[in-house]
Design a protein around this ligand. Sequence first.
Ligand SMILES: C[S@@+](CC[C@H](N)C(=O)[O-])C[C@H]1O[C@@H](n2cnc3c(N)ncnc32)[C@H](O)[C@@H]1O
Length: 281
Amino acid sequence: MSFEPINSPFRYAGGKFYARKLILQHIPMHTHYCEPFVGGGSIFFAKPKTYKNVLNDLDSELMNVYFMLRDNPEGLIDFLDGLPASKDLHRFYKNEFRPSNNLERAGRWYYLNRISYSGIMNMQNCYWGYGDKFSMRPENWPNNIRRTSQKLQGVKLSCKDFETVIDNVPDGTFLFIDPPYFNADQDKFYTCAFTKNDHIRLNNVLRRNNGRLSFLLTYDNSPEIRGLYDWATETHDKEWNYCISRTDDQKTKTDRKGERYKGRELFILNYESEATLLLMP
Ligand SMILES: C[S@@+](CC[C@H](N)C(=O)[O-])C[C@H]1O[C@@H](n2cnc3c(N)ncnc32)[C@H](O)[C@@H]1O
């Protein structure tokens, strides 16, 4: 088992970086771990790696980068070698560059992700958003890639719809589940649309696997979600602070210190957190 917590390799819209300590406090001991909506994977990277780990997301561009980080980190580092964080190159890689293989696809995605506002990778909303003071500098990208690659060794990666993944993980698996919000326009962030019907499918798949898996599900705090999950064992209202660095983005045109916000979500569990041996003290 690897106990080293690291940060997500990406900037990721809707990522759980600021809630990671709160989330880790609710995770029980487990040997099999799965994230069906991995995104930037803030929780996987923050927690100890366990015996079997599965990371999945329907976004094929994102998963291609995970494959490259795991299997060809040095290729990715070579692709990025010498590229400065520049507005002109951002425009070039976003609009003109045509990757001819998976390594170039991954290099383009990683480069844009590191220098775009809030890491938003839906190309319609992918704007320049890099600031020397607040963003990871290009000279630190190789270390970020190598330590991520180390943590991803032996991890199973897949690019499927969540329902197939949840139905097929082994009995006893613990799942951290972080779907797009129910009541927010998430389509501007992600490349895969998530409809009301998808939220209902998620509820159904979790209900039919309830006896054989444990899960911690995070959602926006809304009456609809409370109603959908009235069968869960525990529902907690949680709050945390976070800030967004407005790094030379398209709105302000200047470097400003981070703005403070409050995260408010539901943690929905199908196990008793009090009675469980927790992963973190
Ligand atoms: C809220 S984000 C996950 C953020 C992640 N927990 C983190 O810390 O960065 C939700 C993710 O669900 C993915 N997604 C959307 N529809 C999906 C589907 N049908 N099956 C699997 N993943 C999906 C999106 O691509 C997005 O990465």
